[in-house]
Design a protein around this ligand. Structure first.
Ligand SMILES: [Zn+2]
Length: 415
């Protein structure tokens, strides 16, 4: 066992549970069995202060996706803390982004597939936000930039691994944690690594925030795509040569309505033309215009269909031409049998802890979309419960932290 053990403080009341070698599903015998779920919950309730302290430490390290050194700092701090627990640290360098952090815990002799815990270290808040919305504890919550999305999720994972080592001196099965630095900006530099780790994993547990204040886990997420439609026309003097001009702006106006016709809320298909631009000045017939389009789809089938329809757009004005770039960059996380199976395990564990764990389908994407699309059982929304992700009132409900930790521990034990 790693020397890191000296760093762990074992509460006296917990000693009877230490030295266990079995798993939750297969206790070796009464004296060596894992703590009962209710005892695990009590353990995390006693550790609540420490969990909040870890959250505070992470929130105060600001880490916008586009400031490499700042995300690197979070990566280094986490590597040191997980290293103290005996985790094997591996940094994955990214040119423009912070170093992605992989941590492996392998119980000796266990060659089984690991459970992959997935998180991200980056936030959407620029450096300096912390002085305007400082990390603070009040009204039963921890507040601060990135606290819910998702520094608290990372802190939960840390304390769950730490607890398992206290309980059993080793994790119950191989566990890999992967924290990326670019999730909030599309995960371009981490996606291939996430997918590679997921392919080797038994299941993926995503530490993104829970849905709503009741703490539902996420069993479906829409896929996300971003497209740019460019229209080329012919410029002309609007007074002298009006008839010679071919307006790219008029053509774009027609195309925007075409795009809007593809919206089908009942099927979960939405397209939002979020930004348009075109022309140079009022007295010039515009030669170019562009629109950026956000696409959300609930199924892989719809993703293919929308992609086909967007690339098949034809100009209304034969003197104008269109070009479309972009793609679906996050496939939908669909509620497959594999996803539903993992949810039912989570539901059962929550029931043992005395609560009815709901599930939710949401519009936003996460790195769980990549892993679910590979067919790997994926459960998302296992992080903290709170409100206001990406907003001024971003906060985490403190008294929910222990049972989120107990749920995560239970899932790792039973996957
Ligand atoms: Zn997130």
């Amino acid at each position: 066992m790693s020397t890191a053990f000296v760093y762990l403080s074992v509460p006296l009341w917990f000693l009877p549970f230490v030295n266990h070698e079995g798993t939750r599903r297969k206790p070796v015998n009464q004296t060596m069995s894992a703590p009962e779920p209710a005892d695990q919950l009590r353990y995390f309730q006693k550790r609540q202060k420490q969990i909040v302290e870890t959250i505070r430490q992470l929130v105060e390290l600001e880490s916008p996706s586009d400031v490499k050194q700042s995300v690197d700092r979070v990566s280094t701090v986490l590597a040191s803390r997980f290293g103290e627990l005996g985790g094997k640290i591996k940094f994955h360098a990214a040119e423009k982004f912070g170093k992605h952090l992989q941590i492996d815990f392998r119980p000796r002799g266990d060659k089984g597939k690991p459970v992959l815990l997935l998180g991200h270290m980056d936030t959407v808040y620029p450096i300096g936000t912390i002085s305007k919305m400082p990390c603070r504890v009040s009204k039963g919550r921890v507040w601060g930039p990135g606290v819910l999305d998702m520094k608290a999720g990372i802190a939960l994972a840390f304390h769950v691994i730490e607890a398992m080592l206290v309980w059993s001196k080793k994790v119950p099965c191989p566990v890999t944690l992967f924290f990326v630095s670019d999730e909030e900006v599309g995960s371009a530099s981490s996606r291939a690594i996430t997918e590679r780790l997921a392919r080797d994993a038994a299941a993926v547990l995503v530490l993104e925030p829970a849905y709503g204040l009741h703490g539902a886990v996420k069993t479906a997420r829409k896929g996300v795509g971003e497209y740019m439609l460019q229209v080329s026309g012919v410029a002309a003097h609007s007074g002298l040569d009006f008839e010679k001009g071919q307006s790219a702006v008029i053509e774009l106006a027609h195309q925007i309505l075409e795009v809007f016709n593809l919206v089908d809320p009942a099927r979960g298909v939405t397209l939002n033309v979020g930004k348009i631009s075109g022309g140079t000045r009022a007295n010039v017939v515009p030669a170019s215009a562009t629109a950026s389009i956000d696409v959300r789809i609930a199924s892989a089938q719809d993703a293919a269909e929308i992609e086909r329809k967007l690339s098949g757009l034809k100009p209304f004005n034969p003197h104008c031409s269109l070009s479309i770039s972009g793609r679906i960059n996050r496939p939908p996380l669909e509620r497959t049998d594999a996803v539903a199976g993992l949810y039912s395990k989570a539901h059962h564990i929550a029931k043992e802890l005395g609560w009815d764990l709901a599930e939710a389908a949401v519009g936003g994407g996460s790195d769980g979309n990549f892993t679910a699309a590979l067919g790997i059982p994926t459960l998302d929304g296992l992080g903290a419960v709170g409100e206001g992700a990406h907003a001024q009132h971003e906060s985490v409900v403190i008294e929910e932290l222990p049972r989120r930790a107990a749920l995560l521990a239970g899932l790792i034990e039973s996957v």
